[in-house]
Write a protein that binds this ligand. Structure first.
Ligand SMILES: [Cu+2]
Length: 348
């Protein structure tokens, strides 16, 4: 799905205004004569970002891979709450279906960017309401998943598997779960408020004196469009680390496995993860430098953004140093367990 969206977007970049071959015929009213409507292009952009982040990387790296590998790595029979796990999956599926179904609503899917900035998102077509509903479901899924991950790691470690013996991947999932748990509620609240702005006539994110398509907008006003940006980025910056940390955990395991020795600076890497996780809540407004926050606040967020690079560099340096003195092999990591049992070689 995401791939097709990217394909259409790329075509538009390369051959703007020209009919899109084959796929253009399937798009109906969104592409008269195969030529993309600007509104449809905006929908593709918004939904591509949303699908990629919330229906792609998080479910794959955390929901699927973490869910499978984490209990194995800590010697647990399963996640602490298997039914909650299933519920989390159903929320994810429902959220995903609502998101994708919005393409078939009158007017089409949300087109206000994956960031859904107000006030555009508040006055936008119905697809935006579907986007908000889908987001609420996906957030529920992530929150339930995060609770499950944290509980599993705290409670279900095999006897003798003390904290500093945990595989690095488990630490990465642990910090990721806290990021999800603490960051997502901000967007959950924001999505509810935006839904009320759209449906119930409130104006949390609607400043007064707005003119839309030449018409003064009749709303109560006095809301703050920037409040949306703050709430959104309070989630979306930690979200960056939600995407990165599981991948770092995977890379660390592969390096440890394929150098046949423990990671260099394992404890330092774990501490860096915690510093990263903590600081990721302190940098969100670096996405908002153009909003006129003032130099003092901008300087604060510039400083924290530079500081957060320190633990990142520590982790990456430790990974490079881990190669030193190892007997490096370049085959794929193997496990005797299904579905990896087809690997060749002596690894197990
Ligand atoms: Cu950021």
């Amino acid at each position: 799905m995401g791939f097709v969206l990217v394909l259409i977007i790329r075509w538009q970049h390369a051959y703007a205004g020209q009919p899109l071959p084959i796929i253009g015929g399937w798009l109906g009213g969104n592409a008269p004569g195969g030529i993309l409507l600007p509104e449809f292009y905006n929908q593709l952009g918004a939904m591509h970002g949303t699908i990629m982040v919330f229906l792609g990387v998080v479910p794959l790296a955390v929901g699927a891979f973490g869910n499978y590998v984490l209990p194995l790595q800590i010697g647990a029979p399963d996640m602490a709450f298997p039914r909650l796990n299933l519920l989390s999956y159903w929320f994810y599926l429902a959220g995903g279906l609502v998101m994708l179904a919005s393409f078939f609503t009158p007017g089409g899917a949300a087109g206000s960017g994956w960031t859904s900035y107000a006030p555009l998102s508040v006055v936008a077509i119905d697809g935006q309401t579907w986007w908000l509903a889908g987001m609420l479901l996906i957030i529920m899924s992530s929150l339930l998943g995060a609770l499950n991950f944290i509980t599993t790691i705290v409670q279900l470690r095999a006897p003798g598997l003390t904290w500093f013996r945990l595989p690095f991947f488990v630490w990465a999932q642990f910090v990721t779960a806290f990021l999800l748990l603490l960051a997502f509620p901000a967007l959950q609240a924001a999505a509810l408020l935006q839904g009320m702005d759209r449906l119930a006539g409130t104006s949390f994110f609607m400043p007064s004196g707005l003119v839309v398509s030449g018409q003064p907008l009749e709303r109560a006003g006095e809301g703050s469009a920037l409040l949306w940006q703050h709430l959104f980025w309070f989630l979306a910056h930690p979200e960056v680390y939600v995407l990165v940390l599981p991948a770092l955990g995977i890379i660390a395991e592969i390096i440890a496995n394929n150098t046949r020795k423990p990671l260099w600076g394992y404890r330092l890497m774990v501490y860096s993860l915690f510093v990263l996780g903590f600081l990721s809540f302190m940098v969100w407004a670096h996405h908002m430098f153009l909003t006129g926050m003032g130099t003092t606040i901008s300087a604060f967020f510039q400083a924290t953004t530079m500081i957060i690079s320190i633990p990142s560099v520590v982790v990456l340096s430790a990974l490079i140093l881990s190669l030193y003195g190892g007997s490096i092999r370049f085959n794929t990591p193997c496990s005797s367990r299904w579905p990896f049992s087809q690997c060749s070689g002596s690894a197990g």
